[in-house]
Design a protein around this ligand. Structure first.
Ligand SMILES: [Zn+2]
Length: 75
């Protein structure tokens, strides 16, 4: 068996733990960014200039303030 000093083993263990945590953090951040970009779309009403997030609609959305339907291109 290979003998490893306890301080070296502790250091390796710490480095591995930090690496896993760091990777998890990056993946979580990336995942959240994709989710926000995919689902939440920021809409701005051309009539009342009200800005809101509509995750259901893609092309046509109803403004929650003045209740008018408008396309995404209309800004
Ligand atoms: Zn509106």
């Amino acid at each position: 068996m290979i003998k490893i000093p306890i301080d070296l083993a502790a250091t390796i263990y710490l480095i591995i733990s930090v690496c896993i945590l760091f990777m998890w953090f990056i993946l979580e951040k990336k995942r959240r960014y994709i989710e926000i970009k995919k689902e939440d779309t920021l809409w701005s009403c051309p009539l009342c200039f009200y800005e809101y997030i509509d995750s259901k609609s893609k092309d046509i959305s109803r403004c929650p303030r003045c209740k008018t339907l408008h396309k995404k291109e209309e800004k």
